[in-house]
Design a protein around this ligand. Sequence first.
Ligand code: SF4
Length: 350
Amino acid sequence: MKKIIDKLFCTRDADDVELKELIESSGYDNYLYEQAESIRKKYYGTDVYIRGLIEISNYCKNNCYYCGIRASNINADRYRLSKDDILSCCKSGYQLGFRTFVMQGGEDNYFTDEIICDIVSSIKSMYPDCAVTLSLGEKSYESYLAYYNAGADRYLLRHETANDDHYRKLHPENLHPENRKKCLFDLNRIGYQTGSGFMVGSPFQTTENLIEDIRFLQELQPAMIGIGPFISHKDTPFKQYTNGSLELCLKMLSILRLIFPTVLLPATTALGTISDNGRELGIKAGANVVMPNLSPVKYRKLYEIYDNKICTGEEAAECKFCLQKRMSSIGYNIVVSRGDFIKTTTTNFN
Ligand code: SF4
């Protein structure tokens, strides 16, 4: 197993048989984490980037089987933020040292392109030293282009699974894996720092699916990769499925760090939900980003995409200081920075 990890470290790749062996192995996890952490430190030192997450709406027209804010969930208490709400989140975030704002929401038709562009350009003119990230789902090329021209820098759209059959088991018929992938390539083409990613341990997922996810990401070459454990939600068709494991998530984070040395890799809130020190372990396994919540506290609990989501009761400042303390306890520092992707070629890593 050590040989496979060393090969990944030196060549940034391994064949499918080796990846399968590594993903399914146990006993070499610590060595894998150490190697991934050393690559992470080479490019990013002990810096941890923060992203101020603003959950703008929990309305969604879609019905992904795993998601707590899916349209059919009649138990979800719906809300959407106004432009003023969003700008006030940015104001307090800026004072706390955030230099990236992430506007995330379900696919809510209320937010027309015009509204999104207006909000993005207002944020950019008030905070020109900040990056704006959007995570608003599948849109047309023209819409993505309009947001980009309004000033959006980054776009997050997890592919969730690169395998078409698996995708169909997680989503209703009107959602198409090929469109999801097309959106991601459109975003790259426009010039966004594009983020993709997938759930770890989602229902019906196989090791082969995870390898396909890696291969898809190698083709896409995203600037960010967001992965987190599948966590079931009580009001979804997947309520009875087992959550993804911490161990597999950490292993996938380390493998991704070795294959994509400079990628922006969050230690997600979902990781902190399945284990109290999940985010610290994620950073030690190669992650370099955390995403404290800037959304107004009164709406936090309502953006419940999975059960028992953490950080729903604290003010933004508390969230940031809590993470700051957690990061310094493992020798890392939260920094005031846009935290852009370091672009490099695949041949000059060592
Ligand atoms: S995962 Fe996204 S697109 Fe799917 S139902 Fe949830 S918010 Fe909507």
